[in-house]
Design a binder for this molecule. Structure first.
Ligand SMILES: O=c1ccn([C@@H]2O[C@H](COP(=O)(O)O)[C@@H](O)[C@H]2O)c(=O)[nH]1
Length: 238
């Protein structure tokens, strides 16, 4: 799933999603369903989007005891998403349990969903991490540590910001995925994101995928915004 462009469908309900997808009628997209939408619409939302031919990142960021995460992942595997995730802070045992659950829940002959670990949320700054999580190392080091732990546990990659992706690739190998939210145009408000970066910077840093939400979903014309950001991501000269 290298060079992927993932749109975050942060809408409160299916109606919002249907309206948003209208201008993309003929395109097969990579869509992220997060807590806001999944907790309202449930598994049927995933099945509907899949039946329209879209790829799905189910971003529920599981973080619980290993047994609970394993059982939850076993159930989620049946939705046949392309990508799911957990919080790396849940620990190596929890991450391995997530993979076991996914393998057990994946139907024979099907591919298990890829699974990635959230390192430090892109809405977290170094100061905040040190003061609130009592992690005294630089943020870059904490992200790299969580990436290594995710790799040791057998995960396929991590969620990080483009600022850490290059080091993660060097440390964990080029096939280890770096999926990066917090993407903004240079003219955009970064809102609650702290480690925000432009799509062109993400491309230069060699990230595997960018995740873009509000810069598209809240744009005056979402289709125009999507195609503009996609060109920047693909390195098309504008
Ligand atoms: O570290 C993380 C992990 C997940 N996200 C999610 O990505 C999108 C970003 O949305 P924007 O509107 O482009 O800021 C959102 O769904 C988050 O839940 C993240 O931002 N950072």
């Amino acid at each position: 799933m290298n060079n992927s462009f993932i749109i975050a469908l942060d809408f409160p309900d299916k109606k919002g999603v249907t309206q948003f997808l209208q201008p993309f009628e003929n395109e097969k997209l990579f869509l992220k369903v997060g807590m806001e939408l999944y907790y309202q619409e449930g598994p049927q939302m995933i099945l509907d989007l899949k039946s329209q031919g879209h790829q799905i990142f189910l971003d529920l960021k599981l973080h619980d005891i290993p047994n609970t995460v394993k059982s939850a992942m076993k159930g989620l595997a049946r939705l046949e998403c392309d990508l799911v995730n957990v919080h790396a802070a849940g620990g190596a045992e929890m991450m391995s349990a997530a993979l076991e659950g996914l393998e057990q829940g994946t139907a024979t002959g099907k591919k298990r969903p890829l699974c990635i670990g959230v390192t430090q949320l892109t809405s977290t700054s170094e100061e905040q991490m040190q003061a609130e999580q009592l992690i005294q190392v630089p943020l870059q080091e904490s992200v790299l540590h969580y990436a290594s732990l995710s790799k040791q546990a057998g995960l396929d990659g991590v969620v990080c910001s483009p600022f850490e992706a290059r080091d993660i690739r060097e440390q964990c190998g080029s096939s280890f995925l770096t999926v990066t939210p917090g993407i903004r145009l240079s003219t955009d408000d970064i809102q609650d994101q702290k480690r925000a970066a432009t799509p062109d910077f993400a491309r230069e840093e060699g990230v595997s995928a960018i995740v873009v939400g509000r810069s598209i979903t809240r744009a005056e014309d979402s289709a125009v915004a999507y195609h503009h950001i996609k060109q920047l991501w693909e390195g098309v000269r504008l």
